[in-house]
Design a protein around this ligand. Sequence first.
Ligand code: NCD
Length: 313
Amino acid sequence: MDFASRDVVSIRDFSKEEILYILDHAGKAMPVARGERRSDVLEGKILATLFFEPSTRTRLSFETAMLRLGGSVIGFSDASGTSVAKGETLADTIRMAESYADAIVLRHPMEGAAKLAADFSSKPVMNAGDGAGQHPTQTLLDLYTIRTELGHIRDMNVALVGDLKYGRTVHSLAYALAKFGANLHFVSPPSLPMPPEVISHLEKRNTTFDIHRDIAEVVPDVDVLYVTRIQKERFPDVEEYNRVAGVFRIDASMLEKAKEGLIVMHPLPRVDEINPDVDATPHARYFQQAFNGIPVRMALLALVLGADLEAVL
Ligand code: NCD
């Protein structure tokens, strides 16, 4: 399997076998991810992290992954301090970044930005979120979490809860879970459904899915409850946001009817969707999930930058 120089724009560009290959290597990279072993397999390589939108986990875990493998990082987390504030186009920013670095991680408010950047850049571009589009590296760590916590992905019942319209993590995750033959349950306010292009893709692949308005309807049946934040920054008007804000809140009492092995996931940040009393239940996995970003992004960076993976592990 050859990943060297590949862009990571959409999870749909990766086969199930390729995804499993990345996840296998992420598992083996765990001791280095935890800092128990050292590796310098990416020594001399530079990663540019260009974040035009806020981020905590995605940016820091990409940077940690690069540093744990002996590489270096340049970039920004706020475009107001860069020439973008002077009117520089994304294309020109990318042209610069590709001449300074060996790979680029991009987060941008415009859907399609990562694809555009990949078209301009001869160096690999990794999509760290393009508006309400996709978030493929989040999906890899989500799949890694499901697989390590539950043993496999196939036939699992997975509920995606919250803002399914603007939430990019659930778009990528739905595409990926369809490849693995999971059963999907969508729980959202009527105004925030899965976009039609995702639905039609699932129908073409004969993926089983159903649609709900109430979390209680799915809790007893699912293996994974994947909760998301209402994406306030994408709403055209704040009144519309206020109408749906706070409609889905999970607390520990709502999980009493859950299967013993149910795991609650969330890409984070959470606002008020998961009450802190869930943290102490055996169901909570969102902090482990966030940590899993490190080994998964280590495996991805090593593969895309053409490092000798056996030397990593
Ligand atoms: C998500 C994102 O930016 O799409 N965060 C993340 O990367 N973990 C989810 C969100 O912001 O709600």
